[in-house]
Design a binder for this molecule. Structure first.
Ligand SMILES: [Zn+2]
Length: 434
């Protein structure tokens, strides 16, 4: 053992990391395995979660038929809201309790999978909603035991929800996005069928692709796991461990794939190779951030999305909305310019994986080079020009900072301290980029 490792143990710092990952089946036709896989998980009666748009697509019928052929009884819930709320989580939990299902199947984007996680949690371990919600918004009570088996089938290439133990929702009374985080929430298995990517609108591929990009960049540049205090007991090690060698693998490959395929995937719905590779990148980045955690761009995004006034993006339901990936991406260049100095080599490597020429670059250029590469991608796929591009002005910065400060779980995973004044500067620099 090195002197450094001995000193870290003596100082009570973390010296180990844990790899937590679901079983994943990836490939065209994977949805057809739903029935056999549900039976193998011991599911005889499944609560099948989806949303009204997906119910009309062929993927729903394929999963339903596969489950029926395997003899799995179904209770279907198709009322999942595009951005789940406390009210919609409670509605889904009531449905699940009444359905008397012994397992869950979710088919949809992050909203559908998160709703199934919450329904499973509250039907299995009944409690008021706030009980398991992250503190300080909720009580942050640990989930007391295992949940029913859950087979997650993502139909978008973004959130990585199928491989993480996180469920996000809008707490309407608090005007804030918050969530529930526990390894017990992680689906038992994921079926990732890249054919589903062919039915995603271009705008959804763009926004969710930027979410994947930020999962990879933030996990790769997060506070190193060795800088956290060691947990006691060790089984209390958080899912947001910080940057670690396991997550690094998925981050690097996700960044390389996005650099090569994201623009193609957005511009051409018939480019099956590009859309499939972006879906694989989403899965890899999901596994990575499920073990490392994201940081400032996501923390800031909750304020950006939660305080929306009248921004109505194309390709989404006609309502004021900043899609999650868009809300994250528009903060990212400002953040990496600030964090570049904390790990110049990692910021340079991320820029190079995305396609930047970093020959001859100095460590001092690292944040700027990565920011430019993110901005280049944002322009190529028609992302808004910064926080100003979704309707905010300098007068909104105070409110945006107030909306970000409660996200301490995420801010604490950043590679440097981000007090109120620094967050204000970051929002100011994120107002416009070009
Ligand atoms: Zn995200």
């Amino acid at each position: 053992m090195t002197c450094g490792a001995l000193a870290a143990i003596a100082a009570g710092l973390e010296t180990a990391f844990t790899v937590d990952a679901s079983r994943v089946t990836f490939g065209p036709g994977a949805l057809g395995e739903a029935g056999d896989r549900a039976r193998a998980l011991g599911i005889r009666r499944a609560a099948l979660f989806t949303d009204p748009r997906l119910r009309e697509l062929p993927w729903f019928e394929e999963v339903r038929a596969s489950l029926a052929a395997a003899g799995v009884d179904l209770a279907i819930y198709d009322r999942v809201a595009i951005e789940p709320t406390d009210a919609s989580f409670e509605d889904a939990a009531r449905f699940a309790a009444d359905a008397r299902a012994d397992g869950y199947v979710s088919l949809g984007g992050g909203s559908v999978i998160d709703t199934a996680k919450a329904a499973n949690l509250y039907a299995t371990h009944p409690a008021p909603l706030r009980a398991y919600v992250n503190a300080p918004a909720g009580d942050g009570r640990p989930v007391p035991g295992p949940l029913a088996p859950h087979l997650a089938c993502p139909t978008t290439s973004g959130t990585g929800s199928e491989v993480t133990g996180i469920a996000i929702f809008d707490w309407l009374a608090l005007h804030a996005k918050t969530g529930i985080a526990s390894p017990r929430l992680r689906p038992s298995e994921a079926l990732v069928d890249p054919r589903c990517a062919s039915t995603m609108p271009a705008e959804v591929v763009a926004a969710s692709g930027m979410d994947v990009l930020c999962h990879a960049i933030e996990s790769y540049t997060a506070r190193p796991f060795t800088r956290r205090p060691a947990p006691a007991p060790p089984t209390a090690r958080p899912m947001s461990q910080g940057q670690n060698p396991w997550s690094d693998l998925g981050c690097r490959e996700a960044l390389r794939l996005l650099g090569a395929y994201l623009v193609r995937a957005v511009r051409d719905a018939t480019d099956g190779e590009a859309r499939s590779q972006v879906m694989w990148a989403a899965t890899l980045a999901g596994i990575a951030f499920g073990n490392a955690g994201v940081h400032a761009p996501h923390a800031m995004a909750y304020a950006v999305a939660g305080r929306v006034r009248d921004f109505r993006p194309a390709g989404y339901p006609d309502a004021p909305l900043v899609p999650h990936g868009m809300a994250v991406a528009i903060n990212a260049p400002a953040v990496v310019r600030h964090t570049g100095a904390t790990s110049p080599a990692r910021h340079l490597e991320a820029a190079a994986l995305l396609g930047a020429d970093v020959r001859g670059a100095e460590g001092a250029d690292a944040g700027e080079l990565l920011a430019r590469e993110v901005i280049r991608l944002m322009q190529a796929i028609a992302m808004p020009n910064g926080v100003g591009g979704v309707g905010y002005t300098a007068g909104d910065i105070g409110g945006l900072v107030e909306g970000t400060l409660p996200q301490q779980r995420l801010l604490g995973n950043a590679p440097c301290e981000l007090p109120r004044e620094t967050l204000a500067q970051l929002f100011e620099r994120a107002l416009r980029y070009w």
